[in-house]
Design a binder for this molecule. Sequence first.
Ligand SMILES: *[C@@H]1O[C@H](CO)[C@@H](O)[C@H](O)[C@H]1NC(C)=O
Ligand SMILES: *[C@@H]1O[C@H](CO)[C@@H](O)[C@H](O)[C@H]1NC(C)=O
Ligand SMILES: *[C@@H]1O[C@H](CO)[C@@H](O)[C@H](O)[C@H]1NC(C)=O
Ligand SMILES: *[C@@H]1O[C@H](CO)[C@@H](O)[C@H](O)[C@H]1NC(C)=O
Ligand SMILES: CC(=O)N[C@H]1CO[C@H](CO)[C@@H](O)[C@@H]1O
Length: 178
Amino acid sequence: MCKFIKLINIILLLYLIKEISTAVEFTNVKCNSWNKTFADFEYCHLKSVNRSFKYLSLKVNLFKVPITKVKVNFSLLKRYNGYKPFLYNITVDACKVLRHPKSNLIFGFFHGLFKKYSNMNHTCPYDHDLIVEKLPISFLNQQMTGELKFPHGDYLFHSDWYAYGVNRATVDCYYSLS
Ligand SMILES: *[C@@H]1O[C@H](CO)[C@@H](O)[C@H](O)[C@H]1NC(C)=O
Ligand SMILES: *[C@@H]1O[C@H](CO)[C@@H](O)[C@H](O)[C@H]1NC(C)=O
Ligand SMILES: *[C@@H]1O[C@H](CO)[C@@H](O)[C@H](O)[C@H]1NC(C)=O
Ligand SMILES: *[C@@H]1O[C@H](CO)[C@@H](O)[C@H](O)[C@H]1NC(C)=O
Ligand SMILES: CC(=O)N[C@H]1CO[C@H](CO)[C@@H](O)[C@@H]1O
């Protein structure tokens, strides 16, 4: 029993240390459309309403709907002397994984970060503009804190969005761990 309590204490302590040492802060978002006849960003920004409420919003106008084939490349980069590849660099068939959400945990995690605040919450096809509306940065920070045990520093979450095998858009999210 005593051993058990000790174990609980150690786990609790480790948990607290992690909580204290890992603060996540989203600092910037950049969106780019590679073919403005196919899709374009109406807006893409972080906004501060006040000290405690900061959010991310973006809207993509799609001009060739419906879209039935979507792939996403994700990679995580860390800044040393410029941003360098760090940890993962994967491609997922978004239409497939939206049908079978448990088939790719990394995509599932990423989708979970914004789906509550977005109309990208259903399976393909997509026949409407895509929005992420007022996704609270505090929500993002919270989601990330539990998941990341990475070294301190500046990170770039890079995503390339392909439709029909062609790169249509790039969304880059910048954050730091301290
Ligand atoms: C841009 O997209 C349009 C619509 O799909 C296509 O007709 C055109 O060829 C594309 N342009 C380039 C440079 O890929
Ligand atoms: C910040 O703005 C949000 C949304 O308008 C509001 O709900 C919240 O009370 C504000 N917080 C402070 C500290 O003013
Ligand atoms: C991801 O991997 C591909 C192919 O292996 C490479 O061309 C690309 O530059 C990599 N991207 C990043 C950001 O590391
Ligand atoms: C998807 O998001 C839209 C817009 O926010 C909402 O009206 C709809 O109920 C959501 N659908 C699902 C399946 O969550
Ligand atoms: C790094 C990586 O996996 N890149 C892929 C991104 O997706 C396109 C389209 O599916 C592939 O051609 C790239 O190889």
